[in-house]
Design a protein around this ligand. Structure first.
Ligand SMILES: Nc1ncnc2c1ncn2[C@@H]1O[C@H](COP(=O)(O)OP(=O)(O)O)[C@@H](O)[C@H]1O
Ligand SMILES: CCCC(=O)OP(=O)(O)O
Length: 355
């Protein structure tokens, strides 16, 4: 069984070809923050499509060489964890109705265009998987509900992996999981459900390209200052905030280097680490301190100095397990394979009345 996997993120496009669960080709294409700055959604989809076509051409594959295409799921309406069949309604929703323009929205439309209706296209554990407990749903004002938007695919996959290593089942374990990527998600997974997690679009710690929480009064003031259009302001917090706003780069390696001789860069890095630790600590408190492991994952977890700095704040709370990078490609391939093998039935997302 051969599966093409498409995973666009905010700083990269990750691509893979799996044959019977084994990765046979992989490509990591880095995108600079300026690259997509002035593009419309359709132009961005087209630009990422080109990257994928080049990957296929370079490796000598055509659509008909695959049994399925597995795509990262984007910002859909809140839904349960699982593998979903992509259809035209889903594509239209992601391109026109999604509440937030994020590269994860582009994978399914690209997959559908590539499939030419010859092979099935799936998404697994999209960004909008929602398992929040009732207390976590309130923001502090009835008109604004907290949303579950996080790195569901990787966080759920690493949780399964760590549970297996511990010889246990995720349903019997409590984990605090921090995905430290271009955006940051920190969640509490209890009995297999992510019962609380910061919305990585606009809550929680600041990350390489995102602000996380902001002082709301000042945001309102900025919004009405006439200095920015709505689009500019959204871009400022969602793709131009965090490290990149302070230091002009979303590359952690550059920031780590600079922090060795530049006090300002050191202060910014210290602050990001501090905010990540604070978020993790808050969820440990919610769990009553009863944590089986704190898992650090995502691209930034590759750097051992960075990880050690976080650990220095949190290791008293429990066992810290580091799973650098993400196994999103494998998890997507496995999600599609489970359906093709008949182990699981693909879910269908009804968008009736929403489109
Ligand atoms: N090997 C590494 N060492 C240090 N930082 C890394 C490494 N790989 C990725 N990063 C950093 O991780 C962040 C991106 O994480 P990643 O999970 O790849 O993000 P995304 O999937 O959102 O594009 C960037 O700041 C990048 O510089
Ligand atoms: C919007 C949630 C997913 C997310 O933040 O992904 P990236 O880190 O790839 O931007």
């Amino acid at each position: 069984m051969r599966i093409l996997v498409i995973n666009p993120g905010s700083t990269s496009t990750k691509l893979g070809i799996y044959e019977n669960n084994t990765l046979i080709r992989k490509e990591y294409v880095k995108h600079s923050p300026e690259e997509e700055e002035n593009m419309s959604i359709l132009q961005k989809v087209e630009s990422r499509s080109k990257t994928i076509n080049q990957f296929l051409e370079k490796n000598g594959y055509r659509t008909e060489d695959f049994d399925a295409i597995a795509c990262r799921g984007g910002i859909l309406p809140p839904l349960e964890s699982g593998t979903y069949q992509v259809d035209e309604d889903m594509v239209q929703y992601l391109l026109q109705k999604s509440m937030f323009d994020h590269p994860s929205n582009y994978a399914a439309p690209i997959g559908m265009a590539l499939s030419k209706e010859k092979i099935p296209v799936f998404i697994t554990d999209p960004v909008s998987v929602d398992e929040l407990c009732p207390e976590a749903r309130l923001s502090g004002i009835p008109q604004l509900k907290r949303l579950s938007l996080f790195h569901a695919l990787n966080m759920k996959a690493v949780a399964r992996e760590v549970a297996k290593e511990m010889g246990s089942d995720i349903k019997d374990l409590t984990f605090v999981i921090a995905h430290l990527g271009g955006g940051i998600s920190v969640g509490l997974q209890a009995k297999g459900k992510m019962i609380d997690v910061n919305n990585s679009k606009d809550e929680g710690p600041f990350g390489p390209n995102r602000t996380g929480d902001l002082p709301v009064g000042d945001v309102v003031e900025k919004a009405f200052s006439g200095e920015f259009t709505e689009k500019e302001l959204i871009k400022r917090y969602s793709s131009k905030g965090g490290l990149i706003s302070y230091l002009g780069t979303d590359n952690l390696r550059e920031v780590l280097d600079k922090s060795k001789y530049d006090n300002y860069a050191k202060q910014v890095l210290d602050a990001m680490i501090y905010q990540i630790a604070k978020e993790i600590g808050g969820l440990c408190a919610i769990a009553g301190g009863d944590i089986d492991a704190i898992i650090l994952t995502g691209g930034m977890a590759y750097n051992s100095d960075f990880v050690e700095r976080i650990k220095s704040y949190i290791s008293n709370f429990g066992l810290v397990v580091v799973k650098p990078g993400d196994n999103e490609l494998l998890s997507l391939a496995q999600g599609a394979e489970r359906v093709l093998n008949g182990e699981e039935e693909a879910k269908h997302l009804s968008l009736e009345g929403i489109l």
